[in-house]
Design a protein. Structure first.
Length: 392
């Protein structure tokens, strides 16, 4: 027998033995995990306009019936826009992200018309977007979503009472701007929803590991002003843990910094808001210097009786330009004593008006501020409050 034929014969024997061995191995099942491949019968039901988000599919018993359902997270409504100055890079694409749960049902009560097999069906229960009552205004995210199950998957069992999504606008490493929570409410209803949005961010205190359901949410929506302020609203869940209603805490409404107060705000209204919200000035880094003291108020400023800190801020004003001070200002020794000899005060003056609670009544409070800067040309300008008064 030629040597080449002998080699091919040995190869075929080894290959056949390997195939026989693999076919005899038992099939092992694995617990459901994100990214699980969808059954073909589910894949056929997904609209062609959707793009499945990789790694977000999940198989769980979402409705507590003892059978698994399939969660599909997808992107839709893609828009393309050309970024200025980047024509060679092509358009920038943006999409929205939605979710749906496919539920396979065996109808044991349906007539079988002489056959022996009862009919089955697969129902797509939309999470968001949806058009049913109470759910027609939302989507899960834009650039990415993070899924939270309560309770979390444990010992291979995935049967959550609630499903939540943190939605992002600039990738999951950024701050979330949306939160959507879902709970099964029955076949005739599907999944009830509660959702929140903040175009700056959404804050959820407490653990988000599935050990507890979400009960508090704070949203931050930009006021599009020069000091990067936001309208902050807080929501509290109703007493019944099964209730998907969240009630706004009217006592918590306020203007505040979208991302926390800067060390020493550049604009005067930022200084006033920082003071009212309970912040104190601090240095931006080890090389930066700030005026003496640890307060935005100078000793000449006295708060109106009944103005408690931190205060809720219902409005604030800013002036487009500051007014030049008399004679170009003066040495800050008047305000800080010997500690102010290297500082120059009052080169510029300005005024900020806020609406805040004073003795239980919303009043307009006027804040007069002066500029404080080092006696050199490289220092930044700081603002400090010299006087506080109530408008009639």
């Amino acid at each position: 027998m030629p040597k080449r034929i002998l080699i091919w014969a040995l190869f075929l024997v080894v290959a056949g033995a390997l195939v026989y061995f693999l076919l005899k191995q038992p099939i092992k099942s694995t617990p459901p995990t994100p990214g699980t491949a969808l059954p073909l019968e589910v894949q056929r039901l997904i609209p062609s306009a959707w793009s499945i988000v990789p790694g977000k599919n999940l198989t769980c018993d979402f409705d507590g019936d003892g059978e698994n359902e399939w969660l599909v997270v997808y992107s839709y409504d893609q828009g393309d826009v050309q970024a200025p100055g980047q024509s060679k890079a092509g358009p920038v694409s943006r999409t929205l992200i939605g979710g749906v749960i496919y539920d396979a049902k065996l109808d044991l009560n349906a007539p079988v018309d002489g056959g022996q097999y009862p009919p089955t069906s697969i129902t797509p229960y939309r999470l968001l977007p949806d058009f049913s009552s109470g759910k027609g205004q939302g989507y899960l995210g834009e650039s990415d979503v993070k899924l939270i199950l309560f309770p979390a998957e444990k010992d291979g069992k995935c049967s959550p009472d609630e499903i939540a999504f943190l939605g992002y606008s600039n990738g999951e490493q950024s701050l979330p701007t949306r939160l959507s929570i879902f709970r099964w409410a029955g076949e005739g209803i599907g999944y009830r929803a509660a959702y929140f949005s903040g175009n700056a961010r959404v804050d959820v205190p407490g653990a988000l590991d599935g050990s507890q359901s979400i009960s508090q949410i704070t949203t931050y929506n930009r006021l599009n002003d020069r000091s990067r302020m936001c309208e902050s609203r807080a929501f509290q869940r109703g007493g019944d843990p099964l209730d998907m209603s969240f009630v706004e805490d009217q006592q918590a409404f306020t203007a505040d910094f979208c991302f926390g107060a800067p060390p020493d705000p550049t604009y005067p209204e930022g200084v006033v808001v920082a003071f009212l919200r309970g912040y104190v000035p601090r240095t931006a880094n080890k090389n930066a210097r700030i005026p003496p003291g640890d307060n935005y108020l100078l000793d000449t400023a006295h708060l109106p009786t009944g103005l408690a800190l931190p205060a809720n801020i219902f409005s604030f004003t800013n002036n487009a330009a500051a007014t030049p001070g008399a004679d170009g200002g003066h040495s800050c020794t008047k305000e800080y004593g010997s500690a102010g000899q290297d500082w120059w005060c009052g080169r510029q003056l300005t005024e900020v008006t806020t609406e805040v609670p004073v003795a239980g009544v919303v009043r307009q409070v006027v804040w007069n501020l002066i500029s404080v800067a080092r006696n050199d040309v490289v220092d930044d300008v700081h603002w400090r409050v010299t006087d506080v008064g109530l408008k009639p």
